[in-house]
Write a protein that binds this ligand. Structure first.
Ligand SMILES: NC(=O)c1ccc[n+]([C@@H]2O[C@H](COP(=O)([O-])OP(=O)(O)OC[C@H]3O[C@@H](n4cnc5c(N)ncnc54)[C@H](O)[C@@H]3O)[C@@H](O)[C@H]2O)c1
Length: 255
C-alpha cells in the first residue's frame, strides 16, 4: 500500500526488515520514495524483500546484521551511508520473542540473550545511527519497537517485558539527549500482530482465541497497521513528536 507521506530524498534503515512488521515498514517507507536499507540476520528473506520492493518500483538494498554485536551494527550504519550517502530515518525493529518461564526459574542465558537483542540491540543501533545523523548535521527521525509489554506485564515473560520497558525508557532519554541535534526518537507498543514471531501461538486455536479476547477490537493486528504508524512518526507531519510512546493494540491496554 502506498503511504500518503513523502519520503523522497530520504534514506531509511530498517532492522529486522526481512519479516513481519519490519518488512511492512520497509515497503511502506519505500512506497513514499525513501531509499531503504533492510538489515537482518537472515540474508535470504532479506534479499527476497529487497527484490519485492524493487519490483514495486522502490529502491532498496540489504545488509546483514546481528544487532547484539556493536561492530556489526556500526558496519550496518556505515554500509547505509556508503551506499546511499546519508541516513535520515531509522526503525529499530529487530527483536525476538520471549521464553515462558516464571522469574524464579527464568534461565539466565535466556535473559541475557533476549535483553542483548531486544534492549542492548536498540541501544547499539541508536548509538551508531545518531552518530551518523549528528556527523551529517541534518537531524533525523527514529522509531523503536517496544510492545504493549513496554507498559504492562504478562506472566512468564520477564526478559521480554523487561526489554520492552527498557526500550521505552531508552527512547525517552535518547530523545532528550538529541533533541538539540534535531533528531526525534519515539517508541511504539503494538498489541499482538500476526507475524512469524507469534506463529507458534497462532498454531494453537485455543491460544489464538485467548489472544483475540485480550484485544477489545476483536482481532489481532496486521503488520501494515503498525507500519502506517511508524511511517507517520518518521514523516514531517510528526515534526513536534519526540520522546513519546504510542500503544497500537486494539484496546489491549485500555482495559
Ligand atoms: N508480532 C507481535 O505480536 C509484536 C508485538 C509487539 C512488538 N513486536 C515487536 O516488533 C518487532 C518485530 O517483530 P515481528 O513480529 O515483525 O517479528 P518477526 O519475527 O516477523 O521479524 C523479526 C525480524 O528480526 C530479525 N532479527 C531477530 N533477531 C535479530 C538480531 N539479533 N539481529 C538482526 N536481526 C534480527 C529476524 O530475523 C526477523 O526477520 C520486534 O521487536 C517485536 O518484539 C511484535
Amino acid at each position: 500500500m502506498k503511504t500518503p507521506h513523502d519520503f523522497s530524498g530520504r534514506v531509511a534503515l530498517v532492522t529486522g526488515g526481512a519479516s513481519g512488521i519490519g518488512l511492512a515498514c520497509a515497503r511502506t517507507l519505500a512506497s513514499g520514495g525513501a531509499r531503504v536499507m533492510l538489515a537482518d540476520r537472515h540474508a535470504e528473506p532479506g534479499e527476497a524483500a529487497v527484490a519485492q520492493i524493487r519490483q514495486a518500483g522502490g529502491e532498496a538494498l540489504f545488509v546483514p546484521v546481528e544487532v547484539a554485536d556493536p561492530a556489526s551494527v556500526q558496519a550496518m550504519v556505515d554500509a547505509t551511508v556508503t551506499a546511499f550517502g546519508r541516513l535520515d530515518i531509522a526503525v529499530n525493529n529487530a527483536g525476538v520473542g520471549g521464553v515462558r518461564q516464571p522469574v524464579a526459574t527464568h534461565g539466565v542465558a535466556d535473559w541475557q540473550r533476549i535483553i542483548g537483542i531486544n534492549l542492548t540491540g536498540v541501544f547499539l543501533c541508536l548509538q551508531a545511527e545518531i552518530g551518523a545523523m549528528v556527523a551529517a548535521g541534518h537531524g533525523g527521525a527514529i522509531v523503536n519497537l517496544a510492545s504493549i509489554l513496554g507498559s504492562v506485564g504478562m506472566a512468564g515473560t520477564a526478559a521480554y517485558t523487561a526489554s520492552k520497558h527498557g526500550v521505552v525508557g531508552l527512547t525517552r532519554v535518547a530523545a532528550l539527549d538529541h533533541a538539540a541535534d534535531r533528531i526525534r526518537v519515539n517508541a511504539i507498543g503494538p498489541g499482538f500482530i500476526e507475524t512469524p514471531l507469534i506463529a507458534r501461538a497462532l498454531a494453537d486455536p485455543a491460544m489464538t482465541e485467548h489472544l483475540i479476547a485480550q484485544h477489545p477490537i476483536g482481532r489481532l493486528g496486521q503488520p501494515q497497521e503498525i507500519a502506517d504508524l511508524i511511517a507517520f512518526l518518521c514523516s514531517d507531519q510528526a515534526s513536534f513528536i519526540t520522546g513519546s510512546y504510542y500503544t497500537i493494540d486494539g484496546g489491549y491496554t485500555a482495559r
